[in-house]
Ligand binder design. Structure first.
Ligand code: C2E
Ligand code: MG
Ligand code: MG
Length: 646
């Protein structure tokens, strides 16, 4: 093109000269042939020049057009080539591409689209991308996407879509809004890649960073994070938690004697055993070497000491390794939060110094960060162990406290109360061991034992002619809240052959009010068995009258704290009066506990209180002593009327 242009430039001066000659020849001819002899020749030359100039002009015009045409054709060729390239890229790219029109109807998809989504082109053309929605994102998500497309004409981010086979997967998506020269929206183009594999490996990496590869338990990093969150939560919610650090005693010897492989196997087995003790709100971690960490959210010192005891018990069974039984033990350090510590470092430091304390007192034990707690907990653990043994060795005893009709003094029933005949400490009252039994779960076994023995005793008395109306048995909160009390009672009644109406179950007001709806259902089921029900310690558990009205109980037992100062204390008088009136208005019998003086009995009788129980009548006594007091012959025969004590 360039050389031709320069040719035009070369020709142009001659061409201009020739044109000037043609234009001005009329004036020039007479000058060139003043005599007119060459005029004809010059005229012919002028004609020839005119033809040449006109052809030259035409040639120039054609040249200019040809240039334009060539440029146009070149541009077309380039455009077609880049379209071909774009089409090849569109089809060969690993990213899925989806093009919609302005109304979001799909107009193009590429091959990768079909591979990633599982949808064929023919299935999606004309549809909208709503087809791929997974339901994982809320309205606000799509709203912000459309806002970005409207304002910035582009959006990119992670989206969870659904494949043709229903699988929900993550993808990274770039969407552009395409506009024409007039600024009108014509298309949306979405380019996306499936990031599920990346996510998976990210998760795997994350898992590896936070877990111990040997035991698969959380590692120190994750444990510390969890303690930190637990500490924050405890502060926010006013709750508490504990961290227990556990270190195997003399683990070094195992590594040295059996080799590291066996040491590793033992650590794995310890992790597995500890994991069986974990319940909700707990994290078990291997912090390194033979050190494990336990985080227990919502647990106080008692639960922590209890767990520490169970950990020691569970590790006490031998581990079978290298064809031999290995016996190991562990030392444990316990720290409490938020009480004991300001931050996570301090929680772990405290647990560490408690662990050191446990190790320095001879290992195979646990210690709290605070000395006082350590002592209390140790005593508690000793008590639980002794009580468990006591149960096995039949050290529990029953005593019975008579209950009288206040109007005529008749003996009408007895309340069964449990005692623990400790070999060294003598007779232990229930207040000392029942709370521990409740916490450690031993109460279930104790209550079952008491219920069975009491029913047997009552049947025995009945058979021997002592016409007591009922025998009362206390039911612990824990047993009551477990909900299967009715089946247990039915079984004991069947086993002992006691008439259901002769058994009275005493349930404390607080046990009922802990979960009134479940309590109501259970009481209904118990009532259907035909047993009598009494609310014990009434007045201490904030019953709502609304609820009380619906409970199928037969008796209210006024707590002894309200009887103690009768008939002098105005408040107690008011309470005793109100409870008696309330009970009667609901059709219930009313009993007053803890009557020690005649004045109290007289006052309560005056109020119309039906029954009474207390040291005035009799202290709780073993069956045999009571029988002697009732002057019962072993063959029986006495009636309640005959053994009236008033
Ligand atoms: P409770 O059911 O209210 O039993 C009455 C308690 O008051 C008994 O104490 C009894 O000895 C005592 N008491 C009776 N009369 C008088 C009196 O005139 N003055 C004074 N100061 N006290 C009197 P105990 O036997 O120590 O029992 C305490 C609590 O332990 C019982 O309160 C009951 O809630 C629980 N308990 C006792 N035995 C059992 C049992 O076998 N199972 C369950 N779950 N709890 C039991
Ligand atoms: Mg009672
Ligand atoms: Mg009571």
């Amino acid at each position: 093109m360039k050389p031709k242009l320069s040719a035009v430039k070369l020709v142009l001066p001659y061409f201009l000269l020739a044109s000037a000659w043609i234009l001005f020849s009329d004036h020039l001819l007479p000058l060139l042939s003043p005599d007119g002899s060459r005029l004809e020749l010059l005229q012919s030359a002028k004609g020839l020049l005119f033809v040449a100039v006109t052809s030259g002009l035409l040639y120039l015009l054609v040249c200019l057009h040809m240039r334009r045409l060539r440029a146009y054709l070149q541009a077309r060729r380039e455009q077609e080539s880049s379209l071909r390239q774009a089409a090849a890229v569109f089809d060969a790219t690993q990213e899925g591409v989806l093009v919609t029109d302005a109304e979001q109807r799909i107009v193009h998809v590429n091959r990768a689209f079909a591979r990633i989504t599982g949808f064929e082109e023919s299935e999606v053309l004309g549809q909208t991308p709503v087809l791929f929605k997974s339901g994982r994102h809320d309205e606000a998500f799509y709203q912000s996407m459309w806002n970005a497309l409207k304002n910035r004409h582009a959006w990119s981010g992670e989206v969870w879509n659904r494949r043709h086979n229903g699988e929900v997967y993550p993808l990274w998506q770039n969407i552009r809004a395409i506009h024409d020269e007039d600024g009108l929206l014509t298309h949306y183009v979405a380019v996306f890649s499936d990031v599920s594999a990346i996510k998976r490996s990210q998760n795997e990496l994350d898992y590896l960073a936070h877990h111990d590869p040997l035991t698969n338990l959380p590692n120190r990093l994750l444990f510390t994070e969890r303690v930190e969150h637990a500490l924050e939560r405890a502060r926010r919610e006013g709750s508490e938690g504990t961290v227990i650090l556990l270190d195997l005693d003399h683990f070094k010897h195992i590594n040295e004697s059996l080799g590291h492989n066996h040491g590793d196997l033992l650590l794995k087995a310890v992790g597995e055993r500890l994991a069986t003790l974990m319940t909700g709100g707990m994290t078990l971690a291997r912090l390194g070497g033979d050190e494990f960490g336990l985080l227990c959210e919502g647990s106080g010192p008692e639960q922590a000491a209890d767990l520490a005891g169970r950990i020691q018990q569970c590790l006490a069974a031998p581990f079978h390794l290298a064809e031999q039984n290995l016996f190991i033990s562990a030392s444990l350090g316990i720290s409490l939060f938020p009480g004991d510590a300001e931050n996570v470092e301090q929680v772990l430091r405290n647990a560490d110094s408690a662990l050191f304390k446990a190790k320095s007192v001879g290992r195979e034990t646990f210690a709290f960060y605070s000395q006082e707690l350590t002592e209390q907990a140790r005593q508690r653990v000793e008590l639980v162990t002794a009580l468990r043994q006591g149960l096995e060795q039949d050290e529990l005893r029953l005593v019975f406290q008579p209950i009288h009709d206040l109007a005529d003094g008749r003996l009408i029933g007895v309340e069964t109360l449990v005692r623990w005949q400790h070999p060294q400490r003598g007779l232990v009252p229930p207040a000392e061991f029942l709370p521990v039994a409740e916490e450690s779960g031993l109460i279930g076994a104790i209550d079952a034992w008491v219920l069975e023995r009491a029913c047997r005793q009552m049947r025995d008395w009945t058979e021997r002619g002592l016409q007591l109306s009922f025998i009362a048995v206390n039911v612990s909160c824990r047993l009551f809240s477990r909900g299967e009390l009715d089946t247990r009672v039915a079984r004991v009644l069947a086993d002992t052959g006691l008439e259901p109406g002769r058994l009275e179950l005493e349930i404390t007001e607080s046990a009922v009010m802990e979960d009134p709806d479940t309590a109501l259902e259970l009481l209904d089921r118990l009532c259907k068995l035909g047993v009598r029900l009494a609310i014990d310690d009434f007045g201490t558990g904030y019953s709502s009258l609304q609820r009380l009205k619906r409970l199928p109980v037969h008796k209210l037992k006024i707590d002894q704290s309200f009887v103690q100062n009768l008939p002098d204390d105005h408040d107690d008088i008011a309470i005793a009066k109100a409870v008696t009136a309330l009970g009667h208005s609901l059709g219930l019998e009313v009993l007053a506990e803890g009557i020690e003086h005649q004045r109290q009995a007289d006052f309560l009788r005056g109020l119309g209180c039906d029954h009474g129980q207390g040291y005035l009548f009799s202290r709780p006594q073993p069956a045999q002593q009571l029988e002697e007091a009732w002057q019962l012959s072993p063959s029986g025969g006495a009636t309640p009327q005959q053994i009236s004590l008033l």
